[in-house]
Design a protein. Sequence first.
Length: 242
Amino acid sequence: MLQNIRIVLVETSHTGNMGSVARAMKTMGLTNLYLVNPLVKPDSQAIALAAGASDVIGDAKIVDTFDEAIAGCRLVVGTSARSRSLPWPMLDPRECGLKSVEEGQQAPVALVFGRERVGLTNEELQKCHYHVAIAANPEYSSLNLAMAVQIIAYEVRMAFLQSQEVAQAEFAESPYPLVDDLERFYQHMEQLMVGSGFIREGNPGQVMSKMRRLYTRARPERDELNILRGMLSSLEKSKGVK
């Protein structure tokens, strides 16, 4: 799924930033980098600052236009400060990560970062479904390009790991017993209580109804029910209850 997440850099002016971004991406499992009309092509400085993520730089797709970079994407999110002049659906980084992973299950997603000095143009921002704003310190909100990519990429990875845990839980065998197993437990318990004289056979009163309600409310897991059944069997053996 992470292969469906594109990091798009628009008109990057420093090759060192490209390398730093590649490093930030790879640490979070992202490798799909698009460079839109970079003012300089990746060079040895980009490779050096990639620090082991030179494959991300080497495989980067260089395109001429913004439209080429987002072609085929179902979701496009542009990084931007909140703007009163251009109100747009906004996400925080965590929401961006969750939405990117959700949409990325089915189709490519583009996370777009603008020019180092001026960001994205209004025209580019209007081609995004959402804008994402990083809530930095308002007294000093200076984030360089790689820092911004690292924050967003981290949230994408956290959302991805969360989705993996959910998927594993959904496909794992249910931890709760079948109703048939519960019914056998109730019968076993009633048999033991009758055999011990705690309730009378054929006239258990409300005891069994209340016991059923108790265990229904507690909803024991399969392993817990096995412990309860084992406990009943042990009591039968120790007391000679038939």
